[in-house]
Design a protein around this ligand. Structure first.
Ligand SMILES: Cc1cc2nc3c(=O)[nH]c(=O)nc-3n(C[C@H](O)[C@H](O)[C@H](O)COP(=O)(O)O)c2cc1C
Length: 176
């Protein structure tokens, strides 16, 4: 197998949710590379029903940290990306598929973050409509846009191994 293919599989296999950060910075160039990875994701009929709010200001991350019960690791994050769904981007596909499309973008973001040596974690916003409302307010997100999650990104403060999720019994060959 070529080195590049092995490297990609290694990134996938070693990614894990990182919930403890040192407070170290995330460079603008790296954040751009992570955003590009998010936007490279597949989407139904290529509608791309998404937008990404990149948060780098400490005061904004502190406001999100205070408001979101599952995102307390924002206090030491260097940046955050809020993946938002645009269910009204077209008349046919976005409303049905935005969540899958935004989830694919989120996974790309998590993998790119890990590949660049940072840690990150998907913290839930949608489908808790109370959290959706709070995030919309803090980030001035319009009513027809749905924040799916907040992804704090930072320099990992721990060295936990990834969870081994390989279960051969979860694969059915040829038929169920
Ligand atoms: C839809 C979704 C919502 C999640 N919400 C949270 C969350 O609110 N807080 C959190 O710490 N992790 C959250 N996670 C991360 C999962 O807990 C994590 O992916 C899972 O435990 C497996 O661990 P791993 O990512 O290290 O492989 C979420 C993941 C998904 C896919």
């Amino acid at each position: 197998m070529s080195d590049k293919r092995t490297e990609i599989l290694e990134v996938i296999a070693t990614r894990r949710s990182v919930r403890a950060f040192t407070g170290g910075a995330v460079s603008r160039d790296d954040l751009m590379a992570i955003l590009k990875a998010g936007m490279a994701a597949p989407s139904a009929v290529n509608v791309q029903p998404w937008a990404f709010v990149a948060v780098t200001k400490r005061e904004t991350m502190d406001a999100l940290c205070a408001a979101l019960p599952y995102a307390k690791m924002l206090d030491k994050a260097g940046a955050a990306i809020v993946v938002c769904g645009l269910p009204h981007k077209d008349t046919q596909y976005a409303e049905r598929y935005w969540m899958m499309d935004c989830s694919a973008a989120t996974e790309n973001i998590l993998l790119a973050t890990h590949a660049l040596g940072y840690g990150a974690v998907w913290t839930a916003v949608y489908a808790d409509m109370g959290l959706v409302k709070v995030v919309r307010k803090i980030l001035s997100i319009p009513e027809d846009v749905i924040p799916l999650n907040v992804i704090p990104i930072g320099v990992p403060a721990d060295n936990e191994p990834p969870i081994d999720k390989w279960r051969p019994e979860n694969v059915r060959w040829e038929k169920w």
